[in-house]
Design a protein around this ligand. Structure first.
Ligand code: LHQ
Length: 258
């Protein structure tokens, strides 16, 4: 059985972390596989949205701790530079929206991979834990960049130092994630977001993502310039034309992602 299930459905790439007995923790092979799946999604023009979730009780428990004490464990430098960092940069740079459907506990690198996605939703029973301090590590996988920007510096410090597990509802309340859906309807409700995105003007979503990425470090002046540049590109897409035409003609738009 593959450690990640990968399916393409209705212009959506459905990626399911699949080591349920290890709470979908990553070993090297699984981390490299996720990178190659994301590369496939990036280059496939038919894919217009990505939906990332997990099998079983957990979304992902981060690094497979068993691998660290197994035979020939990968070095720490390799784990970050070859496993997690390339996953985070791929998710942030891919020109398509990534929905993360956190179906259960998200811990360590698993939490921070989830939090770097474009739209993060969670099931009521899901939870988030910056588990690193519990085992004497520091938060990685972009967590020290992402979390303070989502919830503020003080809350991020406390969550990362104490390593408390917080519920999906608390995560939503503090702005860490977008929404919580009931366990019963979680798959359907979360997948609907990907279905909606896959019908939208893909390039405008990609340029929105580029603008948001740039905003993380830009001055207002630089950001206004970035919006100028990207709006120019958006205005030259077929989907912009279709958006305006369909509005004038009072009909639903049919966006093609071009
Ligand atoms: C696991 C794991 C796991 C293997 C649950 N590995 N089996 C970067 C730099 C370099 C090196 C290190 O890593 C990193 C990045 C990181 O991600 S560091 C952080 C690594 N992750 C953790 O420290 C989390 C460890 N797991 C937990 O704290 C708990 O399992 C959580 C809070 C996720 C879930 O707790 P429970 O609901 O009580 O479940 P459980 O502890 O009973 O786990 C269920 C099973 O999953 C169990 O297997 P078993 O055969 O005993 O039933 C665990 O061994 C396995 N599992 N996490 N990371």
């Amino acid at each position: 059985m593959s450690s990640i299930l990968f399916e393409k459905k209705e212009s959506i790439a459905l990626i399911t972390l699949n080591r349920p007995e290890k709470f979908n923790a990553f070993d090297r092979a699984m981390a490299l596989l996720l990178q190659s799946i994301l590369d496939d999604c990036a280059s496939d023009k038919n894919i217009r949205a990505i939906y990332l979730t997990g099998t079983g009780k957990a979304f992902c428990a981060g690094q497979d701790l068993g691998e660290l004490v197994g035979e020939n464990p990968p070095g720490f430098d390799v784990i970050l530079s070859e496993h997690y960092n390339p996953i985070i940069t791929r998710i942030r740079n891919i020109q398509k929206p990534v929905v993360c459907a956190v179906n259960g506990v998200a811990a360590g690198a698993g939490a921070n991979i989830a939090l770097c996605c474009d739209i993060v939703v969670a099931a009521t029973s899901a939870s988030f834990i910056q588990a690193f301090s519990k085992i004497g590590l520091i938060p990685d996988s972009g967590g020290t960049f992402t979390l303070p920007r989502l919830v503020g510096f003080q809350k991020a410090s406390a969550l990362m130092m104490l390593g408390d597990k917080i519920s999906a509802t608390e995560a939503e309340r503090m702005g860490m994630i977008f929404k919580v859906f009931t366990d019963e309807n979680f798959t359907e409700d979360s997948f609907k977001i990907a279905q909606t995105l896959a019908q939208m003007p893909t390039k405008s979503l990609a340029y929105t993502k580029l603008a948001l990425n740039a905003s993380l470090n830009n001055s207002l002046e630089a950001q206004l310039k970035k919006e100028d540049e990207l709006q120019f590109l958006a205005a030259h897409t077929k989907d912009f034309n279709e958006g305006v035409q369909s509005f004038i003609e009072k009909r639903p738009p049919l966006f093609t992602g071009e």
